[in-house]
Unconditional design. Structure first.
Length: 279
């Protein structure tokens, strides 16, 4: 206690002086019309301290008004501005991602000779019977049934129905889809068939060399898909059993769950179906 008093005796003494002077001044002012010379001197000496105290009070009051007083209207305005800034940030992020996707599509398109039409995905089949999407381009843009649909990452599927301004695309993983492919490393041919979520190779002889990680590309047979488009990669190979063919599972190159933009290849001739299940 003594150490505390020794450390702060000056502010304590000034405070006592201020209280004493104010008390003296107030008690004598009740009985006088004007202060005496001594009272004027006391007021002069204590004025700086009184002003500091009042300024402190005014500062605290200003902070209180800014935080609590300027009120609900100001707080609501700041809240609305914050919400608008968040919306602008999300919109900017969306535009940036879309710009990156479109750059990939343009780069892919520039590498191919076939004429193509860009389209947006506007619908996804929600049933468990079909795997398909709807795009915002149709017969008015020269799109016809059977045309190939691709993305910057690989094969998407083929057009199965069209309207003037939209088309339905059967995805490569649909059970009704099949595609003639080549194993890029060995050039072995096999039919790639959808199974709902992934794909498998049909009629690949046991003698053909295929390994996990092998890349599959379109063979160009069948008239729908040009040669050399990426289809997917081998994820499992099973040569067991007594079958003449090996069982091969394939993961598609395209992420169908996050597909937003595609390219439709405008075929010059009507695509024909594959001559059969065997390549």
């Amino acid at each position: 206690m003594r150490e505390l008093f020794e450390k702060y005796w000056r502010p304590f003494a000034l405070g006592l002086l201020l209280i004493a002077s104010l008390s003296y001044y107030s008690s004598h002012l009740r009985h006088k019309d004007a202060p005496s010379p001594i009272e004027r001197q006391l007021l002069t000496l204590t004025y700086p301290l009184q002003k500091s105290v009042m300024l402190g009070k005014d500062g605290i009051a200003a902070v209180r008004v800014n935080l609590f007083g300027a009120s609900d209207a100001t707080i609501q305005r700041l809240h609305n501005e914050n919400a608008q800034l968040k919306e602008q940030l999300v919109a900017h992020s969306e535009l940036k991602q879309e710009n990156e996707r479109l750059k990939l599509l343009l780069s892919f398109r520039a590498q191919r000779e076939e004429p193509m039409v860009a389209a947006r995905v506007i619908g996804v089949d929600a049933t468990s019977w079909f795997r398909s999407i709807t795009i915002d381009r149709g017969s008015a843009e020269a799109i016809r049934e059977g045309m190939a649909v691709v993305s910057a990452y690989g094969v998407v599927g083929r057009v199965v129905t069209t309207t003037p301004h939209s088309s339905r695309v059967l995805l490569l993983v649909d059970a009704a889809s099949k595609l003639s492919t080549l194993i890029e490393r060995t050039r072995a041919r096999a039919i790639c068939r959808g199974d709902g979520d992934s794909m498998s190779l049909d009629y690949l002889p046991l003698t053909d060399d295929v390994q996990v990680g092998d890349l599959l590309i379109t063979s160009g047979l069948g008239g729908t898909f040009p040669k050399g488009l990426i289809v997917g990669a081998v994820t499992r190979v099973d040569k067991g059993g007594f079958d003449m063919f090996q069982s091969v599972e394939v993961e598609p190159a395209v992420d169908f769950e996050h597909l937003e933009e595609v390219l439709v290849i405008l075929s010059k001739v009507s695509p024909s179906p594959l001559p059969g299940d065997k390549p």
